[in-house]
Write a protein that binds this ligand. Structure first.
Ligand SMILES: *Cc1c(COP(=O)(O)O)cnc(C)c1O
Length: 425
């Protein structure tokens, strides 16, 4: 029996007919902690980070992990200890970074809807930069900073209007997206920012989308942003750093995104050619640092054969793994201990009361009730998007490091979920 090759996941493999993450047998973790269970490889996260670090060797560059991809505290610790900064999008994420020991000066705060309270807290914590997404936000941030006796470091997120050729819900740099300031308004926004006493202009940023698997959109966006840098600096507003955002894709299903180091080799050549190679650089990768470092283990509860379709009903659902329901996303699904024998085609679905609750469609599997399956490439935008829909507790999480496995989040129980709710008299 030859198991399917596992896409892009060097730290997940079969040994003696059993799936392992690094040196740990995944079935042992499921037995100890129950299912559904997220299992992450620390070596995989560090290897993904190392590809960026190689790409930026000898450069003045800061990698800010876009933590919305996976915001579990222990995952943040891994990246904080490796020297990363963080790209945050809410006050809650700020508290997580601080709890995980991240350095406030290496935090950048993105997002179109920052509240005054979030701004205040971030100023008080001393974050490195606000990535401002509209002129209205500039005015509010200025007022909040002045009222608190601060000067807010700002970058303006510009919208380079390039098509990242990805799913429309995760494309963010086109006209008609809610993100950033339009290319043609950028100079005016910078002039306004520079005139406000509560703001200090420190940089410029862009982020064009997610799960990008081609290099052309990045090269085009870089050209468009550098055009703006030239324009803004010619108007007398110096920019200390340039932030090119995140968005690099991963291999879910034979996808072939460029490697981070190879991509940056090309991008840095362009940057050098245009004379900006010595500038401080920032990037905000999320998915590409954690996506293929994680899987979700789930147990087959029932097989439900049918005339037109057969269902494999598992104990993980759209509340644990929202990407298929939200974006029709594909995750490879493999048995932890592949069986010999004929496969049948199943839709792999969860127990949630929605027809949208599916995890994989038309998958050839040789399975029986009680078998354990791994949903692969589940390190990014799974646990961080998990909900309690159907009053399902969110899964436990384990971080593997070599032959060691450590529980990093307890499974949520019903009491956890009802905490904070108030009964009527
Ligand atoms: C989500 C996001 C990122 C990270 O995107 P990935 O596709 O996970 O790399 C970076 N920057 C901003 C502003 C984001 O919203």
């Amino acid at each position: 029996m030859t198991p399917m090759p596992l896409p892009g996941q060097p730290h997940v493999h079969f040994a003696d007919g059993a799936l392992h993450v690094e040196g740990v047998r995944v079935a042992d973790l499921a037995q100890q902690h129950g299912t559904p269970l997220f299992v992450y490889s620390k070596a995989s996260m560090l290897a993904a980070l190392a590809a960026y670090q190689r790409g930026f060797a000898g450069r003045n560059a800061q990698i800010c992990y876009a933590m919305k991809a996976n915001s579990s505290l222990a995952v943040l610790q891994v990246f904080a200890q490796a020297g990363c900064g963080f790209d945050i999008v809410s006050g809650g994420e700020l508290e997580r970074v601080l709890a995980a020991g991240g350095t406030p000066a290496r935090i950048i705060f993105s997002g179109v809807g920052k509240t005054r309270a979030e701004m205040q807290r971030a100023l008080q914590a001393g974050i490195g930069c606000f990535n401002v997404e509209s002129e209205a936000e500039l005015e509010v941030l200025n007022a909040v900073a002045l009222a608190g006796g601060h000067v807010a470091p700002v970058s303006i997120r510009v919208n380079p209007n390039v098509d990242p050729k990805t799913h429309p819900y995760i494309s963010t740099g086109l006209k008609g997206n809610k993100f950033g300031v339009a290319h043609e308004d950028a100079l005016r926004s910078y002039q306004r920012a520079a005139s406000l006493a509560g703001l200090r202009v420190v940089g410029i940023d862009c982020h064009i989308g997610s799960q990008i698997t081609e290099e052309t959109p990045y090269l085009d966006a870089m050209d468009r942003v550098l055009d703006l840098v030239a324009q803004i600096e010619a108007a007398g507003i110096p920019l200390k750093h340039i932030d090119f955002g995140g968005g690099l894709g991963i291999d879910y299903q034979g996808d072939t995104p460029p490697a981070a180091d190879a991509l940056w080799h090309k991008l840095l050549a362009k940057l050098d050619a245009r004379g900006y190679g010595q500038r401080q650089l920032m990037i905000e990768p999320g998915r590409s640092l954690v996506g293929n470092a994680g899987l979700c283990v789930t147990e087959v509860l029932y097989l439900k054969p049918g005339e037109h379709k057969s269902f494999c009903i598992v104990d993980a659902a759209m509340n644990d793994l929202p990407r298929p329901a939200m974006y029709q996303a594909f995750h490879q699904i493999v048995p932890l201990s592949p069986r010999d024998g004929a496969t049948a085609s199943y839709d792999v679905v969860g127990p949630v009361c929605e027809s949208g609750d599916w995890i994989g469609r038309e998958r050839a599997l040789a399975v029986q009730a009680g078998d354990l399956l791994a949903v692969l490439s589940a390190g990014a935008y799974c646990m961080s998007m998990a909900s309690n829909y159907n009053t399902r507790g969110r899964p436990a999480e384990v971080l593997v490091d070599g032959a060691q496995a450590r529980l990093i989040r307890r499974r949520e129980d019903a009491q956890d979920q009802m905490r904070g709710e108030l009964l009527l008299d």
